[in-house]
Write a protein of this length. Structure first.
Lengths: 151, 249
């Protein structure tokens, strides 16, 4: 049964990193904001405290903090000749679940750019020749150099 | 609630109006509204429950004997340490199968059930516990037919290896069970048992971690970040600590 909720200035769907930053900025600007999230409230002290957050079986293998396929999954096939079948467990990508979204389990590494990363097109053309990059590859140099950003 | 647990002003404004929605099905939804402050309550952590020694919880005696023999061939004992059996891999698998993992909690278990491509993974309706029950039965039947008068644990190690290798390669066909898929499941769970935290019943005395030099669930390595090419000298530690940290009466 549809239930009508009080009107808000802004509704944010998904309170991960992006949604949280938006919510922070918009509420700071005085707007009335509601964020909607799927799954439980997440709390470091309760769900991944330092005493057992290193538990690889629980978190990395059994995927304790992730979306469970029984909640929501999708079907896939590799080509048109196959029949699309449900993903019964997640392997190749791991959707988040709960407040914080995928940010809760994010463990990427953000390496400092190398000087050549700022001028990648020029660098690759100097190194491998003008014809190395295909025409449809839109890779470009940044408008800033490493030296300009280096404090 | 302790005052230090009260959210700061900025957190409060961020959380001015946050709703968490739990969709249970298409017609009803349970929503929890979080507003003004963090909904932190004491005593809500869920640390792992240590596995206790004792009788098998999932396996029948003959199943357990088969699994103990198999894990000891997948990870054989040698001069570097104990094998899968003495490391507790069968105990680990038994306790896992008796719990949520064995039931297939969280997996998508609805139809259609049809064989797909290898890239589409296991597509049958059986939970991991059910797959062990039928897989071990089929494997025991195969051994009985192929080596009359012997069970898998009674076979010489060479024959055990041949059976396991035949399952892995698919050259041995089990009745109504994919031998290769069952082997892959058994191998995966054996590795988990050898290297998971001892709190789950395997990796006994942290033998798996000692073998590969893994320091376990230590909290903080900041003292070591800048110390390159030096062996880390501290022994591994489990979620439960170490036996030599326990006060003896």
């Amino acid at each position: 049964m549809a239930r009508k909720l009080p009107p808000k200035d802004v509704v944010i769907i998904g309170l991960g990193w992006t949604g949280s930053i938006l919510a922070y900025e918009l509420t700071k600007a005085g707007l009335d904001v509601v964020a909607i999230e799927r799954g439980p409230w997440r709390d470091t002290a309760s769900e991944f405290p330092p005493a057992y957050a290193q538990d690889e079986l629980r978190y990395a293998i059994r995927l304790d903090l992730f979306l469970r396929p029984e909640q929501d999954t999708l079907t896939f096939r590799n080509n048109k000749g196959q029949t699309a079948l449900p993903m019964r467990n997640f392997v190749s990508f791991l959707p988040g679940n709960g407040v914080g979204g995928a940010g809760v389990h994010w463990n990427g590494q953000t390496w400092r750019f190398l000087p050549t990363d700022f001028r990648l097109r020029s660098h690759l053309e100097e190194r491998y020749g003008k014809n190395f990059l295909p025409n449809d590859m839109i890779i470009q140099d940044w408008p800033l150099s490493y030296d300009e950003l280096e404090p | 609630m302790d005052t230090c647990l009260q959210p700061s002003i900025s957190r409060r404004s961020l959380l001015a109006s946050t709703a968490a929605l739990f969709a249970t099905n298409t017609t009803t939804a349970r929503a929890r509204t979080v507003t003004q402050m963090l909904p932190w309550e004491p005593g809500t952590a869920t640390p792992p429950v240590p596995v206790r020694p004792g009788p098998w919880m999932f396996f029948m005696a003959d199943e357990a004997a088969l699994v103990e023999a198999a894990v000891d061939r997948l990870i054989p004992p040698d001069d570097r340490g104990p094998g899968g059996k003495d490391a507790g891999c069968a105990v680990f698998i038994d306790r896992q199968l008796a719990g949520p993992y064995g039931r297939g909690d969280g997996l998508y278990m609805k139809p259609p059930f049809m064989r797909g491509a290898a890239t589409q993974g296991y597509q049958m309706p059986d939970s991991p516990a059910a797959r062990y029950r039928t897989g071990l039965r089929a494997l025991a039947d195969y051994v009985k037919a192929k080596f009359p008068g012997s069970s898998f644990p009674e076979l010489p190690a060479d024959d055990q290896d041949k059976v396991l290798a035949g399952l892995e390669s698919g050259s041995i066909a089990l009745k109504n069970v994919s031998g290769a898929q069952f082997f892959a499941l058994l191998l995966q769970n054996t590795q988990e048992g050898f290297f998971s935290d001892p709190v789950y019943g395997g990796n006994r005395d942290m033998v798996g971690w000692k073998l590969v030099g893994f320091p376990g669930t230590r909290y903080d390595y900041r003292d070591w970040v800048e110390r390159h090419n030096e062996p880390y000298p501290l022994p591994p530690v489990s979620i439960m600590g170490r036996s030599d940290w326990t006060v003896r009466e």
